[in-house]
Design a protein. Structure first.
Lengths: 112, 112
């Protein structure tokens, strides 16, 4: 692995289903983030984690949960998907030195 | 009102032109400022950090004005390949942490 990866690349999901988006980084960054990007609204922060074992709510956390059991992984779970969660989801990580964020390639999620 | 504001554009300029974008932020206790570039359906990538004294990287110049709470990006001698969306990011103070907050992005189209 080089950098930050996300899976799946894209997914079509029925409303009401549970879904976990995966994010893994190999840069040993302490901080990780989940964003959603919608047309005209830019990137909005869903949840973040400043270090393993801690998480925090961003601007649009409702309907989403995260966990940070270790440094490398930061999964995002939709417990019961709704059509308004149709979006492109980006995971990012940053080091504590420069605060520069590095993004994964994104997951395109469609909820029908 | 969004905490980080950008003019969405699009800015439509000919090759060789100079173009400038501004980004305003609401929280004077903010730290760490960045410009990212995003190509269509791709992940954002760091263009440059913004330092208090201003900084330059080739044709790109970034400046920070803390008194007026804005950052700027100047692109000289525009190339066709500069066509993209430019996102400003401000780490806003929030409850003892600094939370990265994106503007909605400014679209640049450079034409022949």
């Amino acid at each position: 692995i080089a950098g930050i990866t996300q899976a799946p690349t894209s997914q079509i999901l029925a409303a009401g289903r549970r879904m976990t988006l995966r994010c893994t980084q190999d840069m040993r960054h302490n901080a990780m983030y989940w964003y959603r990007q919608d047309l005209g609204l830019g990137l909005r922060l869903i949840h973040y984690s400043n270090t393993a074992g801690t998480t925090g709510k961003g601007e649009v956390p409702d309907g989403y949960s995260v966990s940070r059991a270790n440094t490398d992984d930061f999964p995002l779970t939709l417990a019961s998907a709704v059509p308004s969660q149709t979006s492109v989801y980006f995971c990012a990580s940053s080091d504590g030195q420069t605060d520069t964020q590095y993004f994964g390639p994104g997951t395109r999620l469609t909820v029908l | 009102r969004k905490e980080v504001e950008q003019d969405p554009g699009p800015f439509n300029v000919p090759e060789g032109a100079t173009v400038a974008f501004n980004c305003t932020y609401s929280n004077s206790a903010s730290q760490s400022f960045f410009w990212y570039r995003q190509d269509c359906r791709k992940e954002p990538k760091l263009l440059m950090s913004v330092y208090s004294s201003g900084n330059e990287d080739g044709r790109f110049t970034a400046q920070l004005n803390r008194a007026s709470q804005y950052i700027s990006l100047l692109i000289r001698d525009s190339k066709l390949s500069d066509s993209a969306t430019y996102l400003c990011v401000v780490n806003l103070a929030s409850g003892g942490s600094y939370i990265p907050t994106f503007g909605r992005g400014t679209s640049l189209i450079v034409h022949p």
